[in-house]
Design a binder for this molecule. Structure first.
Ligand code: KG4
Ligand code: ZN
Length: 339
């Protein structure tokens, strides 16, 4: 059978990325141009700067992805692109580029939900993984516990009531002076700290046991810092980072294990930028081992934003018959499961 080659484009936040994916699971190239250095100056992503940088980089990134895969536009079967959720100006760059290529080369256009992409990153290195499975999605903008019923089909069991997990990492990192991007810096500093030094609250949500809330632990960290500053006590930043991280990871693992038990799921996956966190990966692996569940996680490079995961999701949408028209637009608040 002829191979199916998809060029995928991702530009929803601060990475300009392109990838060529063969038959849904083989990554022929994965090019990521990160804008981190640029946004670090401002302590977070500046949307307009992100859009401007995407427009500047996107053709080079695509050229590189095609060259690395040793293919040309003539070899492609479809173009996949993230059309939401994300920063509208940033998404528009990828969507306009994908439409232009698809139009010029008369190729099918497949719009992809960014979070469906994150979940699909698990298929890259686990050829045996197929739905149904339980997936914890933890990124900068989203925290969802879902059953992946089929490719691209989700039943949402729980979600965050306030901050996303990654957002909590970023805010705490800023408060303890680590700067942007917060998650990886908290992860690194925690290695030198004692996770049991400070006991932070773990939010319990009354009516839905799978929902999350991170604003309480975030406020507790801020109060702890304020109190220390007022009393002139010195803060051990490594202990603070490790204790905060433990409070978050414990809740993520507990809720995932509870859902697995209640819904009889034995395959557990994690996805999104926070899924690259060392402590979360280790804790989830241990809990899965204890309960005899199979544990799946993407390599860190496929956890944070990339286009390979978008190419994988685009492939499964493509073979299901999903096609978008020339009127495809960016949808900044696209809901999971919407097309
Ligand atoms: O999935 P992602 O790359 O972008 C979104 O779709 O939001 O996630 C970015 C988020 C940021 O909040 C970042 O701080 C967090 O993932 N993150 C981490 C780690 N690496 C990235 N959080 C904790 N530990 C990490 N190692
Ligand atoms: Zn993402």
């Amino acid at each position: 059978m002829k191979d199916t080659l998809i060029l995928a484009i991702e530009s929803s936040c601060d990475e300009t990325a392109a990838s060529v994916v063969k038959n849904g699971r083989t990554i022929l190239s994965n090019v990521i141009s990160s804008q981190i250095a640029l946004h670090t100056l401002y302590g977070g992503v500046v949307p307009e700067i992100a859009s401007r940088k995407h427009i500047e980089k996107i053709n080079q990134v695509i050229e590189q992805a095609l060259a690395d895969a040793d293919v040309t536009l003539d070899d492609l079967d479809a173009i996949g692109v993230t059309y939401g959720p994300g920063l509208v100006g940033a998404l528009l760059v990828g969507v306009a580029e994908a439409k232009a290529i698809a139009y010029a080369k008369k190729l099918p256009l497949v719009g992809v939900h960014h979070i469906e992409g994150h979940v699909s990153a698990n298929y890259i290195e686990h050829p045996d993984l197929e739905p149904p499975f339980l997936c914890l999605i933890v990124s900068g903008g989203h925290t969802h516990l879902v059953i992946v019923k089929d490719y691209g089909e989700f039943e949402i069991l729980g979600r965050t009531r306030d901050d996303a997990a990654g957002e909590a990492f970023d805010k705490v990192a800023r408060a303890i002076g680590l700067g942007y991007p917060g998650g990886p810096k908290v992860d690194k500093l925690s290695k030198e700290g004692n996770p049991n030094a400070i006991e932070f609250p773990k939010a319990k949500i009354g009516d839905c046991p799978y929902d999350f809330s991170f604003s309480g632990v975030k406020s507790a960290v801020l109060n702890y810092i304020n109190h220390a500053q007022m009393t002139g006590e010195e803060i051990n930043r490594a202990d603070l980072a490790a204790s905060f991280q433990k409070a978050v990871v414990d809740v993520l693992v507990e809720h995932t294990m509870l859902a697995a038990k209640d819904y009889g799921m034995t395959k557990i996956a994690i996805a999104g930028g926070v899924a690259s966190n060392g402590t979360l990966r280790a804790a989830m692996e241990e809990a899965c081992k204890k309960n005899n569940y199979s544990f799946y996680r993407p390599s860190p490079i496929f956890c944070t934003d990339n286009a390979a995961m978008i190419g994988v999701a685009a492939y499964y949408e493509y073979i299901k018959g999903t096609r978008h028209g020339w009127d495809l637009n960016a949808v900044p608040n696209l809901k999971l499961g919407e097309r």
